[in-house]
Design a protein around this ligand. Sequence first.
Ligand code: FES
Ligand code: FES
Length: 156
Amino acid sequence: MTERLLRLKVNGRRRTVAAADNALLIDVLRDTLGLTGTKQGCDGGECGACTVIVDGNPRLACLTLAATVDGAAVETIESQSQAGGMSALQKSFHEHLGAQCGFCTPGMVMATEALLRRVPHPSDEQVREAMAGNLCRCTGYVKVVESVRAAAEQGP
Ligand code: FES
Ligand code: FES
């Protein structure tokens, strides 16, 4: 198996990691870098739990070959932590019950983060569209939309 050195900027920090040519980004993040906040919820591409932000755009880490993001800026849910506490966006999910068991929440938050950077005050329709690939077994999605709306009203 061929390995190569990848140079990534992960959550603002430059990292060099050795990864097999067929290594998936989710495995590099979780297993090599220890960033286990990114979740794997399905066999691939179905649930959105593994959503991270790559060069400003939401990406499914379980469908992304790590080698294809060499040189990119990758943001995971760990980037939301501020001085050890929750970000305003995470607090909004918590306070408006957009997070219940929490398994889908890292992917939801990262998909939302990417949306709010692009569209600071999205309509409910835009929120639903942006999160159409993020499945949740707990919330029924209404609380998720309310969480995003509250975060948008509060601003960054
Ligand atoms: S783990 Fe990536 S979409 Fe489900
Ligand atoms: S909060 Fe449980 S799967 Fe979404």
